[in-house]
Write a protein that binds this ligand. Structure first.
Ligand SMILES: *Cc1c(COP(=O)(O)O)cnc(C)c1O
Length: 394
């Protein structure tokens, strides 16, 4: 017998650490773009585990890969070669134009790996990394040091040294922050957690030019933007960039925990046995799911569909904004990574939408983050728009 929602929440409050402001539902199962709670109510899922379930829930190709691999081998250690891991590495390398991959278990871990690889490349002389204000790179001490947001850093001081942050959009500030010991610039191609902030093409090209001029690495945190989310395999392809290291996680295995970095071969080869490792990194079961998911996510026709659906979604949101002047301040984003800035409270809007059967993420005071499964249909978008309208006019 499963428990009631009330029992789960009461026990959760008693036994689980209070690290999330959780909404009062228990999600029990999912299919495609919908999830069902313990009470049987269904919701259109525009959160997708925060840009994780890009193929939707219970995608047959991922389910099959997990089922088949779980009967063969879950885990064996990276002391041995793992076929699925090699296949996934080859796919990521071919689609990114980079050289070699390393696997871990989360976005923060991927960024830790990127930071360590850049420092190893710097041979102990270059270790300083420049990041952007309002960035988000994770919660471990290293990735938190790169996350230039006081509210996240302050309670955990002192953080590892060797990081400084400059404002997004200011190339002069970036160049002035470079010191003899600087090894890299690290940034999100679209800032996700701080509100879906899309930089200009000129800025991103400028960042790369400054890195080249000073002989330092360009690290892109594509944990959220990567793997089809923005309508390209990697968001850097929208900006015609050639980064040195890219970090990935969220969507990579459609919900099975996994992170990765992919780097140019000459940088990647700075890692030698003993430098970095992870017991669970690239385990047979995770990479089975990852290879199945990425084989679809990185397919050209699939990506064309994401671009089309993303444009449609943003157009519908803008149209709603025009119908009710002053209600929606801005719709921004790329592909299906969409920020909808409201005049009023995004938290109140998200709470109202939850009642109507829609999961949507509110960030900050005014921004709704829409990161639905990439398989969302126009019909599902058409169903949502009047629900949003009702929530916002209430
Ligand atoms: C989610 C996220 C992370 C952290 O990933 P975890 O798996 O939660 O550690 C890092 N960078 C970006 C850009 C993210 O969106």
């Amino acid at each position: 017998m499963s428990q009631t929602t009330e029992q789960v929440i009461a026990d959760g409050q008693k036994y689980v650490m209070n690290t999330y402001g959780r909404l009062p539902i228990v999600i029990d199962r999912g299919e495609g773009c919908y999830v069902w709670d313990l009470d049987g109510k269904h919701y259109l899922d525009l959160v997708a585990g925060i840009a994780v379930n890009s193929l939707g829930h219970a995608h047959p190709a991922v389910v099959r890969a997990i089922q088949e691999q779980s009967e063969k081998l879950l885990h064996c250690s990276n002391l041995y070669w793992i076929e699925n891991q090699v296949k996934l590495a080859k796919l990521l390398v071919e689609k990114s134009g980079l050289g070699k991959a390393f696997f871990c278990n989360s976005g923060a871990e991927a960024n830790e790996a990127a930071i360590k690889l850049a420092r190893k490349w710097g041979k102990g002389e270059k270790y300083h990394i420049i990041t952007l204000k309002n960035s988000f790179h994770g919660r471990t001490l290293g990735s938190l040091a790169a996350t230039a947001q006081e509210k996240y850093q302050k309670p955990f001081m002192p953080l590892p040294e060797g990081f400084s942050a400059v404002p997004l959009g200011d190339l002069d500030a970036l160049e002035q922050a470079i010191r003899p010991e600087t090894c890299a610039v690290m940034l999100e191609p679209i800032q996700g957690e701080s509100g879906i902030h899309v930089p200009t093409q000129e800025y991103m090209q400028g960042v790369q030019a400054i890195c080249r001029k000073h002989g330092i690495l360009l690290i892109l945190d594509e944990v959220q933007t990567g793997l089809g989310r923005t309508g390209k395999s990697f968001c850097f392809q929208n900006f015609d960039l050639e980064p040195d290291i890219v970090s990935l996680a969220k969507a990579i295995a459609n919900g099975v925990p996994m992170g990765a970095i992919v780097a140019k071969t000459e940088v990647a080869d700075c890692f030698q046995p003993g430098d970095h490792a992870s017991t669970f990194g690239g385990t047979p079961i995770a990479t089975a799911a990852g290879f199945a998911a990425c084989s679809i996510l990185l397919d050209d026709d699939f990506l064309a569909g994401v671009r089309e659906t993303g444009e449609y979604f943003r157009a519908q949101l803008r149209e709603l904004g025009e119908k009710h002047p002053g209600m929606i301040k801005e719709v921004r984003g790329m592909g299906l990574m969409i920020g909808c800035e409201l005049a009023g409270s995004s938290k109140a809007a998200a709470a109202e939408l939850l009642k109507q059967g829609v999961l949507i993420n509110s960030i900050g005071e005014h921004v709704l983050r829409l990161v639905p499964p990439l398989v969302i249909s126009k019909a599902e978008i058409d169903e949502f728009i009047p629900q949003l309208e009702a929530a916002l006019t209430k």
